[in-house]
Ligand binder design. Structure first.
Ligand code: ADP
Ligand code: MG
Length: 313
């Protein structure tokens, strides 16, 4: 017999709600959560829709992982410490092997990020996963999109463009190497980096819809422009096989990176080097007066027309 709604929640999603500040977890009408007095609550929601954010070929483990990862990435971009999450699931049917693998992926990341699942909702409908993530940051210490100033260095973590390359290979039916495919399906939210950037970065955001478009949000909110140095974009073996223009298009315009892009005032740039022990951090440009992004390759101006991802273009 198929599982009913309540046994489904019980079997796959309860029992992971112990954690710091959880006064009451799953099972009542709402959870009760307690923050230390000197911390602000940081809240974000991201939704994953089948056919739009992931394809039929995506493993349920990866869907579970990624639905949490994209939310923790937003908390990371604020410099927050992740604490609690809720999970709203719309399922076309009860497929226990799918649910078990989805839950495995979700909780694999939840455990490693030390977040507790404290509630949610489960309904029948088209496959959609909506996660709300809650974290905390000392009052006044959150990283914002506002705050970049002319002269600040512009940095990006990891290697942007690999997820977009993986997606391109999947969509065109090419064989995608597992390591590259993981860059698309199993992004690692840059949680430690975000927290380490408190007091160092002047502005930050996570890169999900293309580096150029997302950096553009920081520039606009901060009332500044930027120059980007294309030779400074970090490379990987897979990306290095592409022609420059094709690679730049993926690295600047491709989505799903879930890396952090941040700006740092000159007097604090030395502190960034100390953070790059475990994670590649590249200085890809500099904030300028004015607006928009100007591109340079080895000192020469390059005209690029990069557009990021937009659900309602
Ligand atoms: P209500 O009818 O009050 O919304 P529900 O019957 O939907 O409550 O949910 C019962 C409990 O199970 C609540 O504590 C809710 O937060 C939790 N819950 C429901 N779905 C999920 C889920 N997918 N993951 C985690 N907790 C869930
Ligand atoms: Mg409900």
């Amino acid at each position: 017999m198929a599982l009913d709604e309540f046994s489904l929640i019980q079997r796959y999603f309860s029992g992971h709600d112990a954690g710091e500040g959880v006064l009451l977890g799953i099972g009542d009408d709402a959870a009760l959560l307690q923050l230390p007095a000197d911390e602000s609550l940081v809240v974000t929601t991201d939704m994953l829709v089948a056919g739009r954010h992931f394809s039929e070929s995506t493993a349920p483990f990866d869907i579970g992982w990624k639905s949490l990862a994209v939310n923790l990435s937003d908390l990371a971009a604020m410099g927050a410490t992740p604490r609690w999450v809720t999970l709203a699931l719309s399922l076309p049917s009860v497929d226990e092997s799918w649910l078990a693998a989805f839950a495995d992926g979700f909780f694999a990341l939840a455990r490693s990020a030390d977040v507790a699942l404290v509630g949610g909702d489960t309904t029948r409908g088209p496959l959609t996963i909506s996660v709300t993530a809650m974290g905390s940051v000392p009052v006044g210490k959150a990283l914002r999109r506002v705050g970049a100033r002319a002269g600040d260095g512009i940095y990006v973590s990891g290697v942007p463009g690999e997820a977009a390359l993986a997606l391109q290979q999947v969509l065109t039916g090419l064989v995608c190497a597992p390591v590259l495919r993981a860059r698309l399906d199993r992004p690692v939210p840059r949680v430690e980096l975000g927290q380490a950037l408190r007091g160092i970065a002047s502005a930050a955001l996570d890169v999900s819809d293309g580096l150029a478009q997302d950096l553009g949000h920081v520039l606009k909110r901060s009332g500044v422009g930027a120059e980007l140095y294309l030779e400074a974009l970090p490379q990987s073996a897979d990306l290095a096989r592409l022609a420059d223009k094709e690679r730049w298009a993926l690295q600047l315009g491709g989505g799903d990176d879930y890396e952090l892009c941040f700006t740092v005032p000159a007097e604090r740039e030395a502190q960034v080097a100390a953070l790059s022990d475990h994670l590649l951090l590249s200085r890809i440009g500099q904030v300028t007066e004015g607006s928009g992004i100007r591109y340079f390759h080895e000192g020469r101006s390059v005209v690029l027309d990069i557009s990021g991802f937009n659900h309602f273009p």
